[in-house]
Design a protein around this ligand. Structure first.
Ligand SMILES: *[C@@H]1O[C@H](CO)[C@@H](O)[C@H](O)[C@H]1NC(C)=O
Ligand SMILES: *[C@@H]1O[C@H](CO)[C@@H](O)[C@H](O)[C@H]1NC(C)=O
Ligand SMILES: *[C@@H]1O[C@H](CO)[C@@H](O)[C@H](O)[C@H]1NC(C)=O
Ligand SMILES: [Zn+2]
Length: 499
């Protein structure tokens, strides 16, 4: 095993540093308007990231071996890997490591640039947006009986709820409002359920929606003939098919939970406003389940203490560090990595399903039959990177037997997302598009349960804001993934139901 120093040397010796990078002022990107750092309220008492930067390393095309080597090198340096593609790695480094990068000069095959040169400034500027949107939401909330708009008025997709990020309590309240507003209306059935508890004792909650099949509107007709459903909602041919969307495995990826609820909300709204719509067809054919926040402990910690917190908040037997990376803890081809510290953001735990959250959701995914449903699809929402990926993540050589179908549907999803706002999304196998990572949720869903359509999505953006996606981009992002998920459901409907 090579030591950190020789690894560092190996890496730096093969790196090209553009000359302009000598100054930390260089290449500050336009989008990063730096505002003064005074914030309070939602952001009070937060960890600061002064002197830290996010670097983008550019590798040779599809050089997987090298990508993996560089990722491991950064991890051993205590770097926080934010995002990888087939030829880039985004990594957050503290000022010492950043300085090391800048001091080391020129050679060979790699370029590296300071993508977000001043992380704290970016966080501060987004906090200003966050504060104003969240204050405006709360104001509406307080004034709601004085002829102001009710921010939880779910009769319209324009509800102010979708304009900002929320606490766990408000997210769960939104879910309860979904039930209150729509359950029993126009044949819609909306239910909530609990799948377990987190390490800190927070509830892990899910919401399901379906349409009673005897509600108004005639049934589907994609293959030129009309058919009539038998039985209750989400049931066709006597099978209740479930389409599961999970998000929020990583605390700092706030746009996932917002998007998951936006998806369910807009699906229900579209189905109830037009019983002959595509949304209504899909809600009659599938039970849509959303578990919007599988890591509420980590999410809350990211909101209240450390914006960039990724893991859960479980004690793992280390004095100095805690937390398990949920998306490295699922039980399929799981393996304990040779050297990874509990302090790393990607610490996978000592064994698969050690995390309360993955265990609870693992049971949920494995127990479809006991609940009387057949889970057909599982989509796990993350940010950032604009990708739509199918298994496997644990190995770039291991392709699912359904790979061709998964790729075909994935390409269609990416196109549907692109068509919405013109933002590009890429589809492919998870390991190929990012890097080899065992313990991924989509590997478990595909490899262990009988879910065929297993995907993970990296939502916006491609790195300008990264995890600090401004509240103004929640709607466009959520709108895109809604189009993508509807495309996927339709694809499955055509492939498996309307034959
Ligand atoms: C909710 O919004 C709808 C549509 O904008 C409006 O007609 C209705 O009065 C609102 N209801 C409440 C309780 O605010
Ligand atoms: C569906 O049919 C049942 C039994 O006829 C009826 O009680 C129920 O109200 C109907 N539901 C809808 C949404 O029409
Ligand atoms: C179903 O859930 C129970 C716990 O609720 C668990 O013991 C069992 O292993 C689960 N089954 C599957 C197939 O995951
Ligand atoms: Zn993630």
């Amino acid at each position: 095993m090579r030591g950190v120093n020789s690894l560092t040397a190996l890496f730096f010796s093969s790196m090209i540093l553009p000359a302009s990078l000598g100054s930390s002022q260089a290449s500050r990107r336009d989008a990063q308007v730096v505002l003064s750092g005074t914030t309070d309220g939602v952001t009070g008492g937060q960890e600061r990231y002064d002197g830290e930067s996010v670097w983008r390393v550019k590798l040779g095309d599809h050089d997987r071996a090298r990508r993996e080597e560089v990722v491991q090198m950064f991890e051993s340096l205590g770097g926080d890997i934010w995002h990888t593609t087939s030829d880039t790695i985004d990594v957050r480094l503290d000022s010492t490591s950043s300085q090391l990068l800048m001091d080391n000069q020129l050679h060979a095959t790699t370029t590296i640039e300071p993508f977000i040169p001043d992380l704290q400034s970016l966080i501060d500027s987004i906090n200003v947006d966050l504060e104003s949107t969240s204050t405006s939401f709360k104001k509406k909330n307080n004034n709601r009986n004085k002829n102001k708009q009710d921010p939880f008025n779910l009769t319209t997709i324009d509800t102010p709820f979708h304009d900002t990020y929320h606490s766990v309590e408000d997210l769960y309240k939104f879910g309860d409002k979904l039930v209150e507003t729509f359950d029993g209306k126009d044949g819609v059935v909306v239910t909530s359920f609990e799948i377990g508890e987190t390490f800190e004792g927070k509830k892990l909650r899910g919401w399901s929606a379906k349409l009673q099949s005897n509600s108004s509107g005639s049934a589907m007709s994609t293959s030129g003939r009309t058919r009539t459903d038998r039985g209750g909602g989400g049931v066709t041919d006597g099978i209740e098919r479930e389409f599961v969307v999970q998000s929020g495995q990583h605390g700092r990826e706030w746009v996932g939970p917002s998007s998951a609820f936006y998806f369910l909300h807009s699906l229900i709204l579209a189905a109830t406003s037009d019983p002959s719509s595509e949304a209504a067809l899909l809600l009659r054919s599938f039970t849509f389940t959303v578990v919007p926040l599988i890591n509420p402990d980590g999410y809350t910690y990211s909101r209240e203490h450390s914006r960039l917190w990724r893991k859960n908040r479980q004690q793992v037997g280390s004095k100095s560090c805690l937390g398990i990376d949920l998306n490295s803890n699922w039980g399929y081809k799981w393996r304990y990595p040779k050297a990874v510290s509990p302090c790393s953001e990607s610490y996978p735990g000592k064994e698969a399903f050690e995390a309360y959250e993955t265990k609870a959701m693992g049971y949920y995914l494995g127990n479809g039959t006991e609940r009387g449903t057949k889970i057909r699809a599982f989509v796990d929402l993350h940010s950032y990177g604009q990708l739509f990926m199918f298994p496997f993540a644990h190995s770039c050589e291991d392709y699912p037997s359904d790979a061709e179908m998964l790729m075909e549907a994935g390409l269609g999803v990416a196109k549907a997302m692109r068509t919405k706002q013109g933002e590009g999304y890429e589809a492919g196998q998870a390991c190929d598009l990012t890097y080899r990572a065992p313990g991924d949720a989509i590997d478990f869903a595909y490899g262990v349960t009988d879910i065929r359509w297993s995907y993970s999505a990296e939502l916006r953006d491609t790195g300008t804001y990264g995890f600090m996606l401004p509240p103004s981009l929640i709607r466009p992002t959520a709108d895109e993934i809604t189009a993508g998920l509807m495309y996927l459901a339709k694809f499955i409907y055509v492939a498996e139901i309307a034959n």
